[in-house]
Design a protein around this ligand. Structure first.
Ligand code: URA
Ligand code: SF4
Length: 200
């Protein structure tokens, strides 16, 4: 079993916080091991809990639409959440749940090593930039270490608020342009061939 699948299995069996008791399925995340872009939401909702997969309900349908609008295929990005088990009634996660669960997110990031992390909503943004305000940070890339964080409002919040929905759609356009620019820069200066690993 590869390391990422091992991590997914570990999450599926996790009992590190009380959210384990109310879940149908934990939702580790999904997508390719070598995804260049990672999307991180808040926590599974009703449908995600029932299926064990991230963003499969109404917010997921909107996310799929947004991905398509900038030419990204869902299968080429990695999608997960800060919290892997559904909080009862979709309430906001508690601090101790976030503390218990976020080491999984850090391990996912370390394994997948994405160039760009798109945070969906304020809990996800706070994982990397605890002092940032989403109202100020959304729609712009921010360098954090050797990665780029690209904050966007949560698509579920935007579903029923027309103004926020337009903001999210515009922010996705900016994300699309930013990713296209990254791709261009890499073509002009291709990364060095990976060094041969020397064993012994
Ligand atoms: N909202 C989230 O934050 N994550 C999901 O997986 C679904 C809805
Ligand atoms: Fe474990 Fe996270 Fe689920 Fe809590 S929410 S039981 S820490 S996987």
């Amino acid at each position: 079993m590869d390391e990422l699948e091992g991590l997914h299995q570990e999450v599926r069996g996790c009992t590190k916080c009380p959210l384990a008791q109310g879940r149908t399925f934990a939702v580790p995340g999904e997508g390719p091991r070598n995804a260049r872009v990672m999307f991180v939401g808040e926590a599974p909702g009703f449908h995600e809990d029932r299926q064990g997969r991230p963003f499969v309900g109404a917010a997921g349908a909107f996310l799929n639409e947004l991905l398509t609008s900038i030419g990204l295929k869902r299968e080429e990005v990695y999608i997960t959440n800060v919290i892997k088990c559904r909080p009862p009634g979709n309430r906001d996660p508690y601090m101790d749940e976030i503390e218990a669960c976020s080491p999984y997110l850090d391990r996912q990031v370390a394994l997948i090593n994405p160039k760009v992390i798109v945070t969906l909503g304020r809990y996800s943004l706070a994982h990397w930039l605890p002092n940032a305000k989403i109202s100020h940070a959304h729609g712009k890339p921010i360098r954090v270490g050797d990665r780029v964080i690209f904050p966007i409002y949560h698509p579920a919040a935007a579903l029923h608020q027309p103004a926020l929905r337009r903001t999210v759609e515009e922010d996705f356009k900016r994300l699309g342009a930013f990713l296209a620019g990254l791709g261009q820069a890499e073509e002009e200066a291709p990364p060095e061939e990976p060094k041969q690993l020397t064993l012994f």
